[in-house]
Structure formats: structure tokens, C-alpha cells
Design a protein around this ligand. Sequence first.
Ligand code: FEO
Length: 407
Amino acid sequence: MQRFKTEAKMYTSKRIKGDIYYVGVNDRKTERFENMWPIPRGVSYNSYLIMDEKVALIDTVEISFVEQYLKKIETVLKGRSIDYLVVDHIEPDHGGSIRMIKNRFPDITIVGNKKTFDMLDGFFSMECNKLEIKEGDSLTLGKNELQFYTAPMVHWPEVMVTYNATEKVLFSADAFGTWGTLDGGIFDTDINLDHIWDEMRRYYSNIVGKYGSPVQKALSKLSGLDIEVICSTHGPIWTTDIPKVVGKYDTWSKYEPEESGVVIAYGSMYGNTEEMAETIANAISENGVKNIVMHDVSKSHASYIISDIWKYNGLIIGSPTYSNQLFPLVQALLDKIKIRGVKQRVFSYFGSYAWSGATHKHFQQFAEEMKWDVVGIPVEEKLRMNDEKLQECLSLGAAMAEKIKSV
Ligand code: FEO
């Protein structure tokens, strides 16, 4: 059964439900999201049109795609205009085309909250019709009634979500989004989701991960709504997988690991610290743990390490001493973990030095700041592995394996 109508013109548009159409675009050109995070599978910037007596556009797209975007919109509008632009999130990957939409539809009314308009003025300094909404306000388009709920810090302070009470569709801004383009299908039911879950966690942990408490508040607020479809600003339209997606957000925002396993992240200039990492990993394996993920911080982008730290309950970090500090990329990883306030991880560490060791001091301070207990006896070696340090690494691995199996 064909659930949506594909309309052939320059670009196709897809009907989601009732009067709601998908008019988003795919970005396969950008190397790094926010100019930081690698997106080898690209990203979609999702936008939606509601074609009722009044026409509403939900969010826009990144400015580089505005020409394609306007053509997609025109395909659905068939000569009509747009009455409202609802700005759920003004970050430029979604707010980037607001000015062009205003230029194309000069009488449009922009719908947002007070914080939205503070940012709109800052970004665009443009005269426009404004409808400032407050928590729980609604807007009737004809058949479709839109209700607005603020969701501050999921992921910016002005974020709100729009609930179409008529169709039971939630426009959720960044929430429940993921990296990865929509290659043909747009619904979760039409896509092979195998790669999506890892990318969704990587997106969540790196982009939204710091804001666990606001996400919990938003989930609580939305729990009373009857939601049949979730339309995020990135990634698939969620229909059948809504319980799984909401469950993952609940787990992640509580900083609860998904599985028992150990991430070993290390820096190593000449292989000696890496040898410690390998020895510890072998000991963990010998003690019955299958989920062991190793990252050389000089090769793995930190976004993948952070995502794995979100997934597993055990974490061991290793570093050589470098200018009396930690290896710079290890320190950068610790900073990312600290900023995100990761909780409840079983932690230990190891290090090496050539003439003066400093890693234990820095790792211990990090563990105290994170309020994490340290498992086993951390190891620090001078210059290279010897029999004593080998045994210490084996003991550390065994202690970690025993601990993660018990929590
Ligand atoms: Fe997809 Fe927070 O922007």
C-alpha cells in the first residue's frame, strides 16, 4: 500500500499524514557537522509543510540548500502562499533559510517564543510579522490544531516542539534526530535502520549529551501526549519505532549505559602505552568480557569514543606523560567527558613516562571531578613494559572485568 503520494516535478515531495508533507533536504557534501563532527553518512535537514486552510511551514533548512528547498516547497504549494513559519529551533542548520523564506513569502508570520525572537533579531535584524507563543498555546490552521511546548536546552535555549493534535504528529526539533541522510525512504518503516542506532547515539552523545536533565524534563512533559508520528529535524520520520526511540533518549539522558562492556581509549607515541592497553584488553577478555572497544585517540575521532562511552559501563583511559601533562588528545577527551557530565561509569586508568610520571595525578583528579570510583590498581610504567608492570596490567584488566559484570 502506498502511504504517501510522490509528486513528480523537479523535486519530489512526500506526504507524511493528512495535510503534512516532507520538504527537507539531504546534505552529502558537508564533511563535519558544526564544523567539528565527521558525518560520513551525511545528514538531512528536515522541514515540513501543513497544507490546511492556512499553510504552515515547520522549520527551514541550512542555507546552502535553499534553492532546492524552495523548489520542493513550490511543488507542494501549487501556487499557494505560506501563512506561518513555525521556528521550533533557530540554529542555522534549521533557521538558515528563514530570511529567504521571508523574502519569497513577505506576508508570512513567524511563530516562536520570546527566546526565538531574541535570536531571530540577533541573526537577521529583519522586520516581519511575529506571533509570540507561550507554553501550551495553540494555533488553528483549519482542521489542524498546533500546540506548542517549550523544550529549553534540547539543544538550544529557544527550542520548542510543535504537536499537531489533529494528526497526533510531534514536530520534535533536534530531539530523536540522527546523522545520516534519507536515501530514498523517509519513514522508519522504509529504511534499513541497522546503521541508524549507532549514528543516533553518536549524534545524541556529542550534540545533546550535556543536556541530560533538560531532555528528561522534555520527555516528562511530552509523556502525556498521544503521539503516532515523530518528525525530527534530522533523520527518519518515526512511526513504528517510537517506543524504541523514546526509550533510547530516556536511557541516554539518564547517562545509563546500554550494555556491559569496556571502552579502552589511549594515546601512544611509540607503542609502549599501547602495549599496556593491549595487555589490559587481553586480561578483560580472559575474564569473559566480549564487549571490548579500543580507541587510539590519535586515530579515532572523539565523537566515536564519546558514543561508545555512552554505550558501555566500563571505561579505561591510558596516556603517556607529555610535558608533565597528559597526552594532549587524551586531555581533550577528558574535557569532552567532563563537559557532558557523564555519570555512572566503572573507571580506571594507566600511563607511562620516560623520566617523570604525571599521568596518575591528572587521572586521579579527573576521577574525583567526575565523582567516579576507580576500579583496580592503576598502572604507571617507566619507559617500557617489564614483568612487574605486565602483572599489574593483567590485574587491572581482571578487576575491571569482574566489576562490570557485577553492576
Ligand atoms: Fe540540528 Fe541544534 O540543530
